[in-house]
Write a protein that binds this ligand. Structure first.
Ligand code: TEU
Ligand code: CA
Length: 557
């Protein structure tokens, strides 16, 4: 075994989007006390760690990813005392908590930025990336991830500031050592409070190409900034510094959200010597699949295709082997719902296909992440108008591509939203079949998916065949069988259009996994002669020589 053992390699993480998880005081917004009230539910699933999306003070231009105060709790979510209680209650149940760390950018309402824009000689001016106009225009053609120019003009200073995301999210200037001092101080402060790690937002973007060149033209009016901001020249240097000054001092985990990361780059970020981060999230099987068939930008109506998806995931499985640690996920707060995208959310196949994709992922090598509601098979939402949407990414894209540039019809755009919009993941957690799905006693900040009468946690907990208990079993298996964590990965049937199959190997043992990604019965002889113990399956009985629609099976031999 070439991997050093670590608790975070053996752990399963549960992601909570606090705004939409549980509301304790009836104001329609999820909060920290709401989470405390659901810790026993999370514990019952069997996970080890909770990742909280940002809970810091924020004007919520991007739902908390625009931080105004790194050491304060968002008023709507509660107080620092509430947070400390949450940490204590979680720890008392053997659950760890990791925080979202958003340090590529801040809110424009952050005190650093308020100072920064006061004058060019303000000590904080250089905390952000300010440039003089070029020929009276933006310094270059970069398009923000959230549409429009990535540069915002400030009348008073006569300069532009860079914002890779919304204009209320100015990018920090990591070239400035004072910025790094402040960020590392803040991280140490949270670590001393006893948190168990960080999920680092777009951490691959903190170092920018200092020549700020124009990017290759995209479909619209702008150029692509990714080549100059993702995996930039000093990113590894900065992360090594962070590792030395913060991460290595505590027994914590770290996962970098690495927009634009390649396998080659991940071998540095998540190297087994742990000189940078514990692991990274890559986007090749999520955003990559969208872009493959996109109408414009990331917007698509085409479901991912198994051969492509499998080739990506297998490439990462084999490429990281023995060199770096990976993370496993189907969805999160930026992605559509897993069962709607990768499975089949029709009433006939929803439960079985949700279990199938879970099987396919959880037997792979890496640390699995479960996004709130995934464990009960929550599905995508339907958006009948852009007015139904909350997400700034959707609103800006609609304005730019539909309203201003007429590049796509409103109908097509809304249909793309139904498939891949981030808002699909952000509808309130469905707890029961009562009013507002039991999320709040008031009016929820964002509409509840109308299917909550059938799909909710209470119903799942009553049904021994539910998606919930299947996840519980997968998680328990991972805790019981080191081969699920540390075993090597061997791809199988790589030419199949319908089956995703592979083996894991360790200490003379093998786990064989096969998943049918279609709604048809397909021939499969993998298990015919195999003598072994069936670890898990999502069907009542097998048919020799075949896999039933969406059948999944894992056998230990
Ligand atoms: O997301 C980073 C990112 O790359 C997003 O553009 C994401 O891939 C995209 O929305 C999917 O289409 C992170 C956070 O997870 C996201 O919620 C924030 O909006 C963003 O950073 C800015 O902080
Ligand atoms: Ca509340």
């Amino acid at each position: 075994m070439s991997d050093k053992r670590a608790w975070w390699k053996e752990a399963v993480i549960y992601q909570i989007y606090p705004r939409s998880f549980a509301d304790s005081n009836g104001d329609g917004i999820g909060d920290l006390n709401g989470i405390i009230g659901k810790l026993d539910y999370v514990k019952k699933l069997g996970v080890d760690v909770i990742w909280l999306n940002p809970i810091y003070k924020s004007p919520n231009d991007d739902n908390g990813y625009d931080i105004a105060d790194y050491r304060g709790i968002m008023d709507e979510f509660g107080t620092m005392e509430d947070f400390e209680r949450l940490l204590k209650e979680a720890h008392a149940r053997g659950l760890k908590i990791i925080m979202d760390l958003v340090v590529n950018h801040t809110s424009d309402e952050n005190a650093w930025f308020v100072e920064s824009r006061k004058s060019k000689d303000n000590p904080y001016h250089d905390f952000y990336i300010w440039k003089d106009p070029v020929d009276g225009h933006e310094p270059n053609n970069w398009e923000s991830w959230f549409s429009g120019s990535a540069w915002q003009y400030d009348e008073k200073l006569g300069q532009y500031y860079l914002h890779c995301f919304s204009k209320k999210q100015p990018d920090l200037n990591w070239e400035n050592p004072k910025v790094r001092d402040e960020v590392f101080d803040m991280m140490n402060w949270w670590c001393r409070k006893g948190i168990d790690g960080f999920r680092m937002d777009v951490i691959s973007m903190i170092s920018k190409d200092q020549s700020f060149p124009d990017g290759p033209l995209k479909d619209g009016l702008y150029g692509d900034l990714a080549p100059y901001v993702c995996n930039g020249p000093r990113v590894h240097e900065y992360l090594q510094e962070m590792n030395q000054r913060v991460l290595s001092k505590y027994d914590i985990m770290s996962v970098g959200e690495a927009a634009g990361v390649t396998l080659e780059q991940a071998l540095h970020y998540a190297n087994n010597e742990e000189t940078e981060l514990g692991m990274v999230f890559h986007f090749e099987h999520t955003d990559g699949c969208m872009q493959q068939d996109a109408i414009i930008g990331k917007w698509t109506k085409t479901p991912p295709r198994l051969p492509y998806l499998r080739s990506i995931l297998n490439k990462w499985q084999t490429g990281l082997e023995g060199k770096a640690w990976g993370s496993l996920y189907w969805d999160n707060h930026d992605q559509p719902r897993a069962v709607s995208r990768f499975g089949n959310d029709s009433p006939k196949w929803r439960v079985r296909s949700a279990k199938m994709i879970a099987t396919c992922l959880h037997f792979q090598k890496g640390t699995p992440y479960v996004y709130q509601g995934e464990e009960i098979g929550m599905t995508n939402m339907h958006f009948s108008s852009v007015e139904d949407c909350n997400d700034i990414e959707e609103k800006n894209a609609y304005r730019q591509y539909v309203t201003e540039q007429h590049m796509i019809s409103s109908e097509d755009m809304l249909s793309c939203f139904d498939h891949v919009a981030r808002d699909n993941a952000r509808t309130p957690m469905q707890w029961n079949d009562g009013p507002e799905a039991g999320f709040t006693t008031g009016t929820p900040w964002f509409a509840v998916n109308p299917n909550y009468k059938e799909i909710n946690a209470e119903a799942a907990l009553k049904d021994p065949d539910s998606v919930f208990y299947y996840y519980q079993k997968l998680i328990a298996l991972r805790h019981k069988l080191p081969i699920m964590v540390y075993g090597t990965f061997e791809p199988l049937l790589e030419d199949s259009d319908s089956i995703y199959a592979y083996r894991r190997h360790m200490d003379g043992k093998t786990i064989t996994v096969a998943c049918n990604w279609t709604d048809q019965k397909v021939p499969c002889s993998l298990f015919d002669e195999l003598q072994g113990e069936e670890l898990i399956t999502n069907v009542d009985s097998h048919e020799k020589g075949f896999l039933l629609p969406y059948e999944a099976r894992a056998v230990l031999s």
